[in-house]
Design a protein around this ligand. Structure first.
Ligand SMILES: Nc1nc2c(ncn2[C@@H]2O[C@H](COP(=O)(O)OP(=O)(O)OP(=O)(O)O)[C@@H](O)[C@H]2O)c(=O)[nH]1
Length: 299
């Protein structure tokens, strides 16, 4: 389509806006394509700021000046006048259940037709944002464990692929720890499933707190967790396992419920697949389980 090269230059964000002189002539479908292309280049976290940036960029289409233009994020409602425009932000994060609104304070009163155009532009952009946000939520739901908020098994497998390719390129090993709770079934059986759920969430938060930023915990399934660790020697791996075990056994809540944990670890070897590495860690875990639990081993 011609406008992709003539009206927009996609090589850089700042040059991605419609050129003002041409913007007046844009049709709604051209604007939609423009906004879609913008969104496809954005990280969703940046959307809040960009939402305003793009709307500001589109204002000239309504023949508006940006002078004394003061857009703000506001939650809740405000009175609308010809110099105050209230635009609900579709799909925006809400605070206490209230939708966020963008309020535009404009120095000179707008005509009805200008306000109408502004609303239309906002609506158009808002719809794209809404789709992008729900897409991102769905993506996150697919890779996040709802109970513990850790990455789930899919996220673990994806992270392992990234980690293995990094290890191969850099010739730097990493480690995998598999953790299984001891006596967890007893909590479910004695105190009920929801207490069991609380235990799993508690263990997850302990893992998040005890691990370094470079390390990542996942809930693999049931009462089993995996940690991908930036440990390059067996000694470092065992040290991390000890730290995790100590963190679990220092929780009065877990100890009073009779919960401890068993861990098996494996260091990356050249040619390892996720499967082969997981199998080694899991067989180390199995040895710990069969020799009395509440301990760790590396394969
Ligand atoms: N509350 C709760 N329980 C779960 C969940 N997922 C799996 N479970 C239960 O977790 C238990 C895991 O079983 P096991 O690992 O054999 O139980 P365990 O008592 O820890 O056994 P050991 O590992 O030998 O100590 C089963 O009873 C499952 O029903 C969950 O999301 N919430």
């Amino acid at each position: 389509m011609e406008f992709s090269t003539s009206v927009y230059d996609s090589t850089h964000h700042s040059s991605f806006y419609p050129r003002e002189s041409q913007a007046h002539g844009l049709s709604v479908s051209e604007l939609t394509v423009f906004i879609n292309r913008l969104l496809s280049t954005l990280e969703l976290e940046e959307l809040g700021t960009l939402y305003f940036q793009q709307l500001n960029a589109l204002l000239p289409v309504a023949g508006l000046s940006l002078t004394d233009f003061d857009p703000r994020w506001v939650y809740g409602n405000a009175k609308i006048s010809s110099t105050l425009i209230d635009l609900p932000l579709q799909g925006s994060a809400s605070k206490g259940g209230e939708q966020a609104h963008a309020y535009y304070y404009i120095s000179s009163p707008l005509s009805l037709s200008q306000r109408e155009i502004l609303f239309q532009l906002h609506d158009l952009f808002g719809k794209q944002v809404k789709h992008a946000v729900s897409h991102s939520r769905m993506k996150s739901m697919a890779t996040k464990d709802g109970l513990t908020e850790l990455g789930n098994r899919i996220a673990f497998e994806q992270a392992m692929i990234r980690q293995r390719s990094w290890a191969q390129r850099r010739d730097e090993p990493f480690s995998l720890l598999v953790l299984d709770l001891d006596n967890f079934k007893q909590v479910n059986d004695t105190f009920g499933h929801s207490e069991g759920d609380r235990v799993l969430a508690h263990v997850a938060s302990r893992l998040v707190n005890v691990l370094r930023n470079e390390d990542e915990p996942f809930r693999y399934g049931g009462d089993e967790f995996c940690c991908i660790l930036d440990c390059q020697t067996e000694q470092q791996l065992l040290c991390a396992a000890e730290r995790i075990k100590a963190s679990i056994s220092s929780s009065d809540y877990l100890v009073n419920l009779g919960i401890s944990c068993s861990l098996g670890g494996a260091l990356y070897r050249v040619g390892d697949t996720t499967h082969s590495m997981f199998d080694r860690a899991d067989s180390a875990l199995y040895k710990v389980k069969s020799s009395g639990k509440d301990d760790y081993q590396a394969a």
